[in-house]
Design a protein around this ligand. Structure first.
Ligand code: PGA
Length: 252
């Protein structure tokens, strides 16, 4: 374990209402009382309708609030039901998850994700860009080529690498209680960092998080993997106890 800044990012998915503020409040309080915000960045990515409500209600903010997706058009426009990066920024979001496999499965293409990343960066949002292979790709030995392709099609030399974090989330590990074995995971995270360094000639190598079934039981194994810069946590981030237990056990 090192002193590098660690990210614990919650992805609430389609969960929450006004009463869920108590979860945000308690997590914020824990971070403050334990003074862990200097070496950890805690971000909760919540449904759009709750972003501004949470931000306004939160006093002495030690956590960050983010969104989970946006329209590719960054401004206002004739897109029924759409929410743009500008609107999210105005609501107070500082981070945004893009390219999540649940949205890719609904038809979001790498090209569309690329446009969304540009829109989010134009609005100075920090992007959490998700990539990951399917079970089929893994079984046929195509993990590395699948990841390379996702990176290549959604990023380019003009990408602002100061404001992007990657999240490696194998699709087969999301919500399944399965995580990759440590050696594999270490290799993959290193591969992602090297791929970006080599292909985009950037001095700033982005942080790479792991996501998929992270919980307080497997966090100890995950914490021993040096290359991992933090975690994208789905289901367990909807509970104060489960989320805080992950942070506590990480440092135990
Ligand atoms: P999970 O989800 O932690 O519930 O597996 C992770 C994610 O989808 O970001």
């Amino acid at each position: 374990m090192t002193n590098k800044l660690k990210y614990f990012i919650g992805n609430w998915k389609m969960f929450g209402d006004f009463a869920s503020f108590k979860i945000i409040h308690k997590i914020n309080q824990y971070i403050q009382n334990n003074k862990i915000q200097k070496k950890n960045r805690i971000v909760l990515c919540v449904p759009n309708i709750l972003i501004n409500f949470f931000i306004k209600k939160l006093k002495n903010k030690s956590i960050y609030i983010g969104a989970q997706n946006c329209h590719h058009q960054q401004d206002y426009g004739p897109f029924t039901g759409g929410v743009s990066a500008r609107m999210l920024k105005k609501m107070g979001a500082e981070y945004i998850i893009l390219g999540h496999s649940e949205n890719r499965l609904e038809g979001e293409t790498p090209k569309l994700i690329k446009k969304k990343i540009i829109s989010a960066h134009n609005q100075k949002l920090n992007v959490i860009f998700c990539i990951g292979e399917s079970n089929k790709e893994k079984r046929s030995g195509k993990t590395f080529s699948a990841l390379s392709k996702q990176i290549k099609l959604s990023l380019d030399k003009k990408t602002n690498f100061n404001k992007i974090i990657l999240a490696y989330e194998p699709i087969w590990s999301i919500g399944t209680n399965k995580i990759p074995n440590s050696n594999e995971l270490e290799k993959i995270i290193r591969f992602i960092k090297n791929n970006i360094k080599k292909n985009f000639k950037t001095k700033k190598i982005p942080k790479v998080l792991y996501g998929g079934s992270v919980n307080s039981k497997n966090i100890k194994i995950l914490s021993s993997i040096y290359e991992i810069d933090g975690f994208l946590i789905g289901g367990a981030s909807q509970s104060v106890k489960k989320f805080i237990d992950i942070i506590k056990k990480y440092y135990k």
